[in-house]
Design a protein around this ligand. Sequence first.
Ligand code: AMP
Length: 538
Amino acid sequence: MAEKPILLGIDLGTTNTCVAYVRNKIAKVVPSDRGALILPSVVAMSEKGDLLVGNVAKDQMVVNPRNTIYGAKRLIGRKYHSKVVQDIKHYFSYEIVEGVDGECAVMLAGKVYSLPQISAFVLQHCKRVAEATLGHPIQEAVISVPAYYNDNQRTAVKEAGSLAGFKVRRIVNEPTAAALAYGLNRGFDHKVLVYDLGGGTFDVSVLQIHGNVMEVLATGGDTFLGGVDFDNRIIDHVLEEFRNETKIDLTQSPVAMQRIKNAAEAAKIDLSLLSNVVIELPYVADRRGKPVDLRIPLSRERLNTLVMDLVDRSFALVDQVMGEKNLSKAEIAEVLLVGGQTRMPLVQGKTHQHFGKPPRKGVHPDESVALGAALLAESMQEIDSVTLVDALSMPIGFAMPGGRFRKVIEKNTQIPAQRSFRLPQAKEGKMQDLDVFQGDSDKIVDNEYLGTLKFPPEASGQRVSFNLDEECLLHITVEGLSPDARPQEVMLATQDTPEALKAAWQEESERRQKAAESTPAERPKGILASIRKVFGSE
Ligand code: AMP
């Protein structure tokens, strides 16, 4: 009998990446090249021009901060000019630039790389290590993303997977994967809350587990709340204390900043076990040729005060998500803590306090998402073994006059989903634009711009459908353009180039004219293909 192919489950984290597979129905983590269970999500270019990934890249971060890319997950799928990117840009020691399509990109050894390319280097490395460990070529994977990722971010992660040489079988939400690792084949029938605080993102989801059916009841989060923000609080504290003591500003020294960043994270992790630490960095600066050392004590209590508002923010989101579906704390049978930052005693204590019971033990904060993704990948090879019913974490809609946001698909709608509306009548022969956004705000300025739909005059008054597939990826169709009356897919254009667009529509209408005269089998794909060609999105 031919051996079943091995599919990987990959938790592509902000800080670390964890890879798992299933053999004989048991999910296991693939050890990294250094035998650890997680691999730093770090990519670097050495002085000699070698591409470094994982531990070796992280090891040389201090001496080569400008050419060491970390935290790509916070930037992937984001527009360079978005407020969030402009706000956090200065925390990175490498250069963040605008990519050709307005997306965030990074500079590595004088060359611009897209974030999917950077993440693909990490995924490619994981693929190679897994193939060497398991002794098989591996083609397919399920990759997890934060539930709170928008359409652009999901698409970008999928692209990273493809660039790494994977057929991405599915993008799965991290909390759903964690719930799967916890509940698969255990015969549970209860609600769980997944509190997932990783390196860069916070997700909260409430799921109903009924046998092997995992149904997301409510979900939410913040893609800018994670361990890195905790580290940044320590960094700011250290910089201030050092400045008060020595009058030296270290922010201008990338090497000193990188050393402080590493020391801050290490101190934070140590303070999960110890009550006091001392952050010590010899020769962090010099004054008139003499070395100046940094030595700043930090207690767990002080750390707690530095980050209390971040933890409180996460629990405000927990309450908001539960409130949206009128869920009470008493209904939650178990709280699952996922993500490395949940090892912090303050987070565990607050969880206990908030729910009146301790969080579930035995769910591994680093591994459960990858294990769940691997179990899902395995189940996709069997029929009907697991049913995932996921939900949309942020509404999707379009811009209205005055900058208002008209929601087309509401938050917490179960996916797959389809919602339709009619395009208004346009002036004779005029094209219509529809700017599509995703976010919780009623104002488009606060939401994430997904792209612009350009409709030809014939689309006027026609039905437009927003379709979310099971991976929560958006597909948009419009009726009335195809000679065979079937809805045509339209792509979101991210660059406003009307000339190119008009040419595309012209080409399309000529093609449709030809298609109308040809047999059905010869008909081209239509608008989708030509718009993709023009905007280079394929
Ligand atoms: P993840 O993205 O799930 O790998 O989470 C990584 C984050 O967890 C990083 O910000 C780490 O600093 C943080 N982390 C890992 N271990 C601990 C620990 N023992 N205590 C506090 N934070 C931790």
